[in-house]
Design a binder for this molecule. Structure first.
Ligand code: G3P
Ligand code: MG
Length: 387
């Protein structure tokens, strides 16, 4: 883990950027008033040949920028810095990568822009299920069941991605309330349902998009689906390649930081609850695919979003891979994933990670009090590296 000499603040950036203002070094056209902060040159000879990697940030949301619906004050100050509120007027590109979800990227970005006070575009935003856009082709026409979120919001997200036959566990309750006798659909829930005969609708895959609201109902229906080859209410069959229902989870977080003083159970805890019941029933764990941070798929997807964002800002693809700083509150997802992606990682103390519980399970490049301190530290580090 690294700590830095407490150098002068942004004034050093001013000095440095003047040196960088030579057109051949900065790959952004002047009229964009956006200049990326070129990072350290690995070695002087190399830098003469090699363009400098652009400095970019990747921010987690819950526990870093927000706690529940509350915006953390350090978040606005940190983003203000990156949006140019610094002596250089430089804008430093950043994206948001969250294991949250449940609504479309466009809707979430609209909401985040209002909360944070800066225009957050869908081209700089990755949520837990965004990566599913890359698997739609496998299931487009096949009936799928989606889990999580409120009412049929995740159905709309799935249809927005291109899934055509999308059902929810509330649809199942509307079809036959005896499926789960301990819950009665509310009027709002019933209004979100679609009429369908599940005895004639073989479900090919179950996608847990977001944190389920009714764990008991969802565990019951997931057990029905995977034990009957996808036909709810049909006799249970031994699981085989022929009748296997694909199971995909989009967020592995056992814990996450919301508005309550202690971390809350996340989608990963729902996954373990399902697996515990399935194991009690069958003596086995049900095979599944896991997306979301720290999965390699999600970080690779995010890296592509980052590079596309740099191209969007500069009008051309960066000549070299960016120098990415991931700022997160969860060692298991944010830090583990960033370390595996060979990014720099900064762990903040405003979320899941509690120093009183001992050192983090995954060692970050640095630990900071909050996101503002994390941004300051990263920029100073790049300035010092640039020498
Ligand atoms: O449900 C969201 C939660 O698991 C964590 O979200 O933004 O900290 O990745 P985030
Ligand atoms: Mg978080």
């Amino acid at each position: 883990m690294e700590s830095l000499r407490r150098g002068p603040r942004f004034s050093s950036i001013r000095l440095h950027c003047r040196a960088l203002a030579q057109p051949r070094r900065c790959f952004l056209p002047n009229n964009l008033r956006v200049r990326t902060l070129q990072t350290h040159s690995r070695s002087s000879t190399a830098s003469r040949q090699q363009p400098h990697p652009p400095l970019v940030f990747a921010f987690d949301i819950d526990g870093v920028l927000l706690r529940g619906e509350t915006v953390l004050p350090a978040a606005k100050r940190a983003l203000a810095r990156l949006e140019g509120a610094n002596p250089t007027g430089l804008k430093i590109p950043y994206i948001l990568i969250t294991n949250g979800g449940g609504i479309s990227e466009e809707d979430r970005c609209r909401k985040l822009s209002k909360q944070l006070g800066f225009d957050i575009k869908p081209t700089q935003y990755v949520q837990s299920h965004t990566v599913l856009k890359s698997v739609v082709h496998k299931y487009a026409e096949k009936p799928i069941m989606v889990f999580g979120g409120k009412f049929d919001e995740v159905r709309k997200v799935a249809e927005g991605y291109g899934f055509e036959k999308v059902y929810t566990t509330l649809d199942v309750m509307a079809w036959n309330p005896n499926v789960w006798p301990f819950h009665e659909l509310t009027a709002e829930e019933r209004a979100s349902t679609k009429p369908v005969d599940f005895s004639r609708t073989p479900i090919s895959a179950a996608f847990v998009f977001h944190d389920p609201r009714n764990w008991a109902l969802d565990v019951q229906i997931l057990c029905d689906l995977v034990q009957s080859g996808g036909i709810i209410g049909a006799p249970y069959l031994p699981v085989s390649e022929q009748n296997k229902v694909d199971l995909v989870f989009c967020n592995p977080d056992l814990l996450w930081r919301a508005a309550f003083d202690r971390p809350r159970l996340g989608q990963g805890a729902f996954r373990e609850a399902f697996q515990a019941v399935y194991h009690a029933l069958t003596g086995k764990r049900y095979p599944y695919v896991q997306y979301g941070k720290p999965s390699e798929v999600t970080y690779k997807f995010a890296e592509k979003v980052l590079v596309d964002r740099l191209e969007e800002l500069s009008g051309r693809r960066p000549a070299v891979s960016p120098e990415v700083y991931m700022v997160g509150d969860n060692p298991e997802s944010d830090i583990a994933g960033a370390n595996a992606a060979k990014w720099s990682s900064v762990l903040v103390r405003t979320g899941v990670f509690d120093p009183a519980q001992g050192p983090p399970a995954h060692t970050p490049t640095h630990i900071a009090e909050d996101v503002e301190e994390a941004v300051e530290w990263a920029i100073r580090r790049e300035m010092e590296r640039a020498g």
